[in-house]
Design a protein around this ligand. Structure first.
Ligand SMILES: NC(=O)c1ccc[n+]([C@@H]2O[C@H](COP(=O)([O-])OP(=O)(O)OC[C@H]3O[C@@H](n4cnc5c(N)ncnc54)[C@H](O)[C@@H]3O)[C@@H](O)[C@H]2O)c1
Ligand SMILES: [Zn+2]
Length: 334
């Protein structure tokens, strides 16, 4: 399947296909040199597959984990690019999860005011959620994605085969975002998760999620209206992420809990809980309600006490609601 993304600056294809990593060079087909960025958690089998196609290409590997998503590691990548004489016409290829995509994307966005960038996401989360949208960033003093740029790739290669080496927890983590996409935009996608054979539909789950994200992002590149729908479960989710810290829950797990917190429709809550249980994703938590409310307020810098919340009253139709901090506190049982 090929999903074409049209943005203001660029048009690019997202290939979703088993084994597409083996065809990277054939598809990329670019003149000029490539510079590969990956991390040391990506299994050698995937990196070797890319290196075989680009035996001459420099490879920059950094230590895996969110802790590497900072300006120091970004600077090391840029210096390495300069040492290898990477030029304006060359291409950065990211091979890895969302951390690699964000780091390599931001390096490509900033090196010589922006060079070509190709993303090959290899985690469920990055395939479903970070391969479309053009957001690249690093964290600053613990604030996530504080410094970055919008920078579109030339091409994205999504190879579901690469997911086979993920830990079960990382594999499931990214699926929370697909469940979210189903709830806000695509009832059939949500229903795929309700079927007993959901795993057989993995490629369709990834493809449908990408189409939803593509459609939303094309309508609203800079996150003013429509794109806010993608934040379903994220207002409380981000609060949980901060509350439990770097070694607590993963992002998708926090989104799963955040969706359960915000959802008001009882029937949908029951159906979502059943799906999350099946996926072995958390649906409840023991975060302190007062602290959670404080984190929500901080995260949203609650504009005149108002925040925009995404709600779902009918599966497949997310809506935006204005809440006050009092509504947030009520939700948390305060
Ligand atoms: N730019 C965006 O739009 C966007 C969207 C969502 C998330 N993100 C960012 O993505 C990051 C999270 O991404 P993530 O969940 O992919 O985490 P990650 O990049 O840290 O990857 C998780 C772990 O899996 C390893 N890994 C990668 N591919 C593997 C494979 N095929 N087999 C085995 N192990 C593999 C990595 O080395 C890492 O240890 C966060 O920093 C988040 O801010 C960005
Ligand atoms: Zn998310």
């Amino acid at each position: 399947m090929v999903i074409n993304v049209h943005t203001k600056d660029r048009e690019y294809p997202v290939y979703v296909e088993r084994g597409v990593l083996k065809r990277a060079k054939e598809l990329i087909g670019r003149e000029g040199h490539v510079f590969i960025v990956s991390d040391d958690g990506v299994p050698a089998v995937w990196l070797d597959c890319l290196k075989e196609q680009y035996p001459e290409a420099p490879v920059h590997i950094f230590e895996n984990g969110e802790g590497s998503k900072n300006l120091h590691v970004w600077n090391e990548i840029l210096e390495d690019m300069l040492e290898h004489n990477v030029s304006r016409n060359d291409t950065v290829i990211a091979l890895g999860g969302g951390v690699v995509g964000d780091m390599a994307g931001f390096a490509a966005a900033s090196y010589m005011r922006g060079i070509h960038y190709i993303n090959i996401p290899t985690t469920t989360l990055s395939q479903i959620d970070s391969s479309i949208g053009g957001k690249t960033a690093v964290d600053l003093k613990g604030r996530k994605n504080c410094v970055g740029a919008f920078w579109q790739p030339d091409m994205v290669l999504v190879d579901p085969d690469t997911l086979s080496t993920l830990t079960p927890r990382h594999f499931r983590n990214g699926l929370a975002e697909a469940v979210k996409e189903g709830l806000i935009k695509d009832a059939e996608l949500f229903e795929l998760f309700e079927s007993d054979e959901w795993k057989e539909h993995l490629d369709e789950i990834i493809g449908r999620s990408l189409i939803i994200k593509r459609d939303v992002v094309e309508k609203d590149e800079r996150e003013s209206g429509e794109r806010k729908l993608l934040n379903f479960g994220h207002t409380f989710g981000h609060a949980y992420e901060t509350y439990y810290g770097l070694n607590g829950y993963y992002h998708g797990e926090c989104v799963a809990m955040g969706m359960m917190t915000v959802l008001e429709n009882e029937e949908i809550r029951t159906r979502l809980k059943a799906v999350l249980e099946k996926l072995d994703l958390p649906f409840e938590n023991d975060a302190d309600p007062e602290e959670t409310a404080r984190l929500v307020r901080n995260d949203k810098k609650a504009d005149h006490d108002k925040i925009t919340i995404v709600q779902v009253q009918k599966i497949g139709q997310g809506i935006l609601e204005e809440w006050t901090m009092a509504d947030v506190e009520r939700k948390l049982g305060l």
